[in-house]
Design a protein around this ligand. Structure first.
Ligand code: BES
Ligand code: MN
Ligand code: ZN
Length: 501
């Protein structure tokens, strides 16, 4: 794991393998720390700019060799983009670019200035947090390789601050950034485990272990408690699997909480579709069908470490959706925790069945707000691609709060409707109270409509993260600091929202 630490000093004097400075797009004559380093290099940075090879575009960088004039051996200049547009995401991207650019070199230890302070006008604390976030996020790898190829090998990044006054703020910002980035890494791990590694019982054990010594309460229910709780949706989906379901609750309860929030996450450890079997191409990716639950777990870990003053309750059902002689069949009618009956028309629409019971439990807890996260529908990807999570909700204020947090963290969300007319698709022809699928149109909204039946009557929002939970070769949101595979989406967003709704 990459270490990111604060250091007091002058960037031109730090003795490391590489120092990192930045450049705004269009600047021909660098000032500040970049200017000082350029001076020590006899104008080498200005020369690269003059050559046109490096413009300061966000996401780009250029590596120079320092000779005898600096203590460091190399100078990496990272682009910060347009000066007027610089924001925390630009800082995260510059930090991610740093890790990426140095990953292919022999550099073990680097030192960077705090980007975006000076002319950028960002606070040292927020910038430091964004640097830790971007760098650690980009350095993350989930691997099972045996050939020692473990990805970028930058070991340590010192964040150098010259002003004694600002050092404490930089230190605090880095600590918070590390906390959120490490929580996001736990989320990525959980989401990435194979169906075999992460059977519901195993994953519950992993979460229990992670929660130890954190101040979080962890409760794990097995099949008996799930039956006592009358969680018919959870039971129905897990029935075809040889691996028992688990229902995991995590709670962060600070002494004097100003409000209570429930976070609900879909934890399908592997989604084959069940009897309504999925096609085999790409089915391996259905291990990330537990990403919503993984995001909830990561957020709880961060909430405890940051000692947030909100009480946060995580409700995460874990099941495996398998076809077998004991599996639910299309046409079966099941009874949910809230007493209503559901026709299971398609066993591949399983997420909403387990979420329904978890949301009903949330409703019973009577929180001030409930947010659920789920890789719920392929439809949301058709609508929004890999660029935004679908956001649904019955509370405009809560939706607006989440939109604000999405802006601040660049975990983009886009609101989609829950029109009453979509309801018809769920009611038509049902033997029970409603059926679990509608027609082909507006699938993400129809799924949201299904959840609405079980969710708290106000203060509920639903994030369909199916399009943004996995980064493959397609362009993904935040490419400069999101590695391939499970993205960890939701942790930054929810932590930001919990800190400052
Ligand atoms: N887990 C899938 C949704 C999904 C698809 C997540 C692709 C990530 C990538 C979910 O359980 C599912 O199968 N949904 C069905 C619903 C349909 C049967 C109404 C879908 O979207 O096709
Ligand atoms: Mn499914
Ligand atoms: Zn699923």
């Amino acid at each position: 794991m990459l270490q990111v630490e604060a250091e007091h000093g002058d960037i031109t004097e730090v003795d490391v393998d590489a120092i990192v400075v930045n450049l705004f797009e269009g600047v021909r004559d660098p000032g500040g720390a970049t200017g000082a380093v350029d001076g020590a290099l006899d104008g080498a940075i200005a020369d690269v700019i003059g050559s046109g090879d490096f413009t300061g575009e966000l996401g780009s960088s250029t590596l120079l060799y320092a000779g005898d004039d600096l203590a460091a051996t190399r100078v990496l200049v990272v682009g910060l983009g347009d000066r007027d547009d610089v924001d925390l995401d630009a800082v995260r991207r510059a930090a991610g670019t740093t890790v990426d650019a140095l990953g292919g070199t022999e550099v073990d230890e680097a030192a960077t200035i705090v980007h975006g302070g000076g002319i950028g006008g960002l606070s040292p604390r927020a910038s430091a947090r964004a640097i830790a976030m971007g760098a650690i996020s980009k350095a993350y790898r989930f691997h099972r390789k045996t050939n020692g190829d473990e990805g970028p090998d930058l070991q340590r990044l010192a964040v150098v601050e010259r002003s004694e006054d600002k050092l404490a703020a930089v230190r605090q910002g880095l600590a918070a950034g590390r906390t959120v980035a490490n929580a996001q890494a736990v989320t990525r791990d959980i989401a990435s485990f194979s169906g075999e590694e992460a059977a519901p019982a195993a994953i519950a054990g992993t979460i229990e272990a992670a929660a130890e010594d954190t101040g979080l309460d962890c409760t794990v229910w097995g099949p008996e408690e799930i039956a006592e709780q009358r969680m018919g949706g959870v039971q129905a989906v897990s029935r075809g699997s040889e691996r028992e379901p688990r229902f995991v609750q995590l709670e962060w309860a600070p002494g004097e909480a100003d409000r209570t929030v429930c976070l609900v996450g879909k934890g399908v450890t592997f989604d084959t579709g069940g009897i309504s079997l999925k096609r085999s191409s790409g089915m391996d990716e259905m291990r990330y069908d537990k990403h919503g639950a993984a995001s909830v777990v990561g957020t709880l870990l961060a909430a405890a470490e940051l000692e947030l003053d909100t009480r946060v309750i995580g409700l995460t059902p874990f099941v495996e959706n398998m076809p077998s002689g004991s599996a639910i069949k299309p046409g079966d009618v099941i009874k949910m925790r809230n007493g209503s009956t559901v026709d299971v028309i398609n066993t591949d629409a399983e997420g909403r069945l387990i979420l329904a019971d978890a949301l009903d439990l949330a409703r019973e807890r009577d929180p001030d707000a409930t947010v659920d996260l789920a890789t719920l529908t392929g439809s949301v990807s058709v609508a929004l691609g890999t660029q935004a999570a679908g956001l649904f909700g019955n509370d405009d204020e809560l939706v607006a709060e989440l939109e604000t947090a999405a802006q601040a963290t660049s975990e983009r969300v886009w609101r989609l409707p829950l029109f009453d007319e979509y309801e018809q698709q769920l009611d038509e022809g049902a033997v029970g109270d409603l059926q679990n699928v509608g027609g082909r149109n507006a699938g993400a909204s129809v799924a949201g409509k299904f959840l609405e039946h079980f969710a708290p009557e106000d203060g509920w929002a639903h994030l369909d993260i199916a399009g943004v939970a996995w980064n493959d070769d397609k362009p993904y949101l935040n490419p400069d600091y999101t590695p391939k595979g499970a993205t960890g989406v939701g942790v930054r967003l929810l932590v930001d929202w919990l800190e400052d709704p």
